[in-house]
Design a protein. Structure first.
Ligand code: SF4
Length: 367
């Protein structure tokens, strides 16, 4: 038969030049990648590699590690070599670590022009070293560390100021015929951030790394990131994303993946269609949805599971999903691929759904 049409997206990707971060392409020819950053001291190589392994398992595509000292720089070669995903070294203040990270075999280096004194004078050497090693660069402008000259000129970190800094640094790299870089212009205010990226997107064909910086604890940071990324991704802007949360980095990856999946920019895996519950509910929908989510977490194939509180929308949604339950009278009608296969007591709903999910996985050759 006909291959299934790809799911619809809100806008075509903005066309960009294409760069590589190690094995991962970044630009409009590649899927949008998800990044995070380790929180372990980089000098603790084992802990850092352990965290990278956890991030990789969660679906992270690219990982960034901080490099604030010579000891951190010394840890980079082994981390870069042993990591399952490309490693970006994050450098502020000290250009010498940019060279160390390039020599260490990092896939890319993030530089913050606002935090590297006399950065402009060093661009030529950085471009040459990066070219020699096939390393790409992120020009990472950040509201909290904007170039003093621009801060003075604009009064504060306005979208115009962030973009002016980024475009200036980009022009320096391009003057030295270096083009393998992406740009970020992060701000903690989603409105300023979105305006900055919209403006930047008009200024050149650079791939863009999206981020709301210092977005806050998990709940607030998730919403700030989702709204800001949603506004940009729905216009086709953004080639790689990092959700910043004051929470473990695996949480950042989960949120990033969910944002992309919600917009059909990454294949959906487990998707729970659960109702908010209401006065008609005949089971504890929250508990059921949580238990089903926990029981099926880590499934690597697409599976849509409906968890519905009563018969109003229950059978309809359950029928549309791969798997579902519509509850009533302390019982659950279990649906598989649109058919009711059995009715079980409430206490057996979760285990039955998990069992049936495993059967589907087996049929798909995934188990
Ligand atoms: Fe309420 Fe039933 Fe709709 Fe759930 S499915 S929100 S319980 S009417």
């Amino acid at each position: 038969g006909m291959p299934a049409a790809p799911p619809p997206v809100l806008a075509p990707r903005r066309q960009t030049r294409q760069i590589r971060v190690g094995s991962v392409g970044v630009g409009s020819e590649s899927p949008i990648s998800v990044q995070s950053m380790t929180t372990t001291p980089t000098t603790d190589i084992n802990a850092t590699l352990q965290q990278i392994a956890e991030l990789t398992a969660a679906g992270c595509d690219i990982v960034r590690v901080a490099c604030p000292s010579a000891d951190d720089a010394e840890a980079l070669p082994i981390i870069a070599r042993k990591s399952q995903i490309p490693v970006i070294a994050d450098i502020h203040f000290q250009p010498k670590y940019v060279f160390a990270a390039i020599e260490a075999g990092c896939a890319a280096v993030r530089v913050n022009p606002g935090n590297i004194r006399k950065f402009d004078d060093q661009v030529k050497e950085i471009a040459q070293a990066a070219k020699d090693h096939g390393t790409s660069i992120r020009i990472g402008v950040n509201a909290g560390s904007l170039d003093a000259r621009l801060l003075k000129k604009h009064g504060k970190a306005t979208p115009e100021a962030l973009v002016e800094s980024a475009v200036w640094e980009a022009s320096l790299f391009e003057e030295h015929d270096f083009h393998d870089f992406k740009i970020s212009v992060k701000h903690n205010d989603p409105v300023v951030m979105v305006r900055a990226y919209e403006m930047l997107a008009e200024c050149g064909d650079w791939p863009l790394h999206l981020g709301v910086t210092e977005a806050g604890p998990a709940f607030q940071g998730t919403i700030k990131s989702a709204t800001a990324f949603g506004a940009l991704l729905s216009q086709g802007i953004g080639d790689t994303i990092r959700v910043s949360l004051s929470a473990p980095p695996v949480e950042e990856v989960k949120v990033g993946i969910q944002i992309l999946q919600a917009l059909n920019l990454r294949p959906r895996r487990l998707e729970i269609v659960s109702c908010p519950s209401c006065g008609r509910a005949q089971v504890d929908v929250y508990k059921l949805a949580e238990e089903v989510t926990a029981g099926l977490e880590g499934m690597t194939f697409p599976l849509r599971v409906a968890v519905m509180g009563c018969v109003v929308n229950g059978p309809g949604e359950a029928r549309e999903a791969d798997l579902g339950v519509a509850s009533g009278n302390g019982k659950g009608q279990i649906f598989v691929k649109g058919e009711v296969i059995k009715t079980v007591p409430e206490s057996e709903i979760v285990e039955t759904l998990i069992e049936e999910a495993m059967k589907i996985a087996e049929e798909m050759g995934e188990a």
